[in-house]
Design a protein around this ligand. Sequence first.
Ligand code: HQG
Length: 179
Amino acid sequence: MEKSKDKLSVFLSLVLRHKPEAAGIVLDKNGWANVEELIEGIKKTGRNINKILLQEIVRTDQKGRYSFNEDETMIRANQGHSVLVDVELKEQIPPDILYHGTATRFLKSIQKEGLKPMSRLYVHLSKEKETAQKVGERHGKPVVLKIDAKAMYENGEKFYLSANGVWLTKSVAPSYLSE
Ligand code: HQG
């Protein structure tokens, strides 16, 4: 049961962040999917889902990846999109230091070009080093980079905090990075 819920959550993240067409749905400009359409669309892929299960996934997701609107007729991912949507992120003053976890094999390129959003809309940063370490481990031998967010902010770079606590920015120039 737990396993199938996890698999469903992975599929949900694919649909709501990257590939809504995988469930035959579209997202609106703010990244919202209609809950009924989403459930019907997911069912058509042969997966088992209903409103209760969807509510449970949203409520128990470890990283708080998804949100419902107030009357729970719509759902969206809080961050992590590659499709161009505007999840109405609010600009925030960042902590002085933020962290980014990556794999050692990317270091050379990152030192040269800085951090780029790659396939996503933003570069993902975290306040805690441990979180960054875990993110890095997903890609290989991990390395945590320290970002001088204070200097970036003072130089006019914008930072956003997603509804689930991920710090986002468009890019990070090499001069703000250290190991
Ligand atoms: C790297 C997870 C070469 C970058 C996590 C990263 C996160 C470069 C990879 C969220 C580069 C992109 C996002 C450059 C950046 N040259 N490589 N110039 N600039 N990179 O998955 O940050 O579980 O798109 O370091 O918790 O790893 O999905 O980004 O290694 O918050 O909810 O290119 O995904 O959340 O990888 O992860 P990703 P990420 P979820």
